[in-house]
Design a protein around this ligand. Structure first.
Ligand SMILES: N[C@@H](CCC(=O)N[C@@H](CS)C(=O)NCC(=O)O)C(=O)O
Length: 220
């Protein structure tokens, strides 16, 4: 199976290590599947050819011998289906993995982005500080529920899988936020996920790709 994913050749330093191709990279490393990374410039993501693969001009996109698709959640489910270690073994396990993967994307990520993006992209604008307590309260509510679920569990479903990869990449953006320290169960779960060698490899590879393609003016 010839697997290829897309990623950006370079992003500014604040984003390096956080771009969403980290998700399929991590899943493919867990699965032990061989894959290629197609590195794109910002101009290439606008081309007709790339938009036919990823209609929004975003990364990641994915293809193998049988399918091509986009959206990191859909990609992780495809990778799981190809992997002896990540593949669900029962209908209920498949349902649990889908439910938790969508929960990470749809019930938690919008809240975490509300909290982190204003400070990143609107720093200094007058509305940001006023919005922050509201955003933090919504994250707080979600972390409370997640912590209750994880209390006596090592992973979201019976064993480590792509739902955990998705949840960990979402929660990771809260690592600098005080709100996570109020939820030690969720924080410990996150660190458990990030301690996996496959995460480290995916992270190092993404950062190395960006470093290798940094524009000359950004290199000291
Ligand atoms: N829902 C998409 C989001 C992908 C996404 O936001 N990718 C960002 C990088 S992390 C991107 O390509 N941004 C460039 C753009 O939107 O033009 C997914 O999960 O795959």
């Amino acid at each position: 199976m010839a697997i290829e994913i897309s990623a950006f050749a370079w992003v500014p330093p604040f984003a390096s290590g956080h771009v969403r191709d980290l998700r399929p990279r991590w899943a493919l490393e867990e699965a032990g599947l061989v894959y290629k990374v197609r590195l794109l410039t910002f101009e290439e993501k606008e081309t007709r050819e790339y938009r036919a693969w990823q209609p929004f001009g975003q990364v990641p996109a994915y293809r193998d011998d049988e399918v091509r698709l986009f959206e990191s959640g859909a990609i992780l489910l495809r990778i799981a289906s190809l992997s002896d270690t990540l593949r669900p073994r029962t209908a209920q396990e498949q349902a649990d993995i889908s439910a938790w993967l969508f929960a990470a994307l749809n019930s938690i990520e919008p809240m975490t982005m509300n909290l982190t993006l204003p400070a990143l992209f609107h720093a200094g604008e007058p509305w940001v500080e006023g919005f922050r307590p509201h955003a933090e309260k919504l994250v707080d509510l979600r972390l409370k529920s997640l912590s209750a679920w994880l209390k006596d569990r090592e992973w979201l479903t019976g064993r480590f899988g792509v739902a955990d990869i998705m949840m960990a990449t979402v929660l990771r953006d809260l690592r600098e936020e005080a709100v996570l320290t109020r939820y030690p169960v969720a924080a410990a779960y996150l660190e458990r996920c990030l301690a996996r060698p496959a995460f480290r490899k995916a992270l190092d590879d993404q950062i190395a790709d960006h470093a290798a393609h940094a524009p000359a003016e950004t290199v000291n």
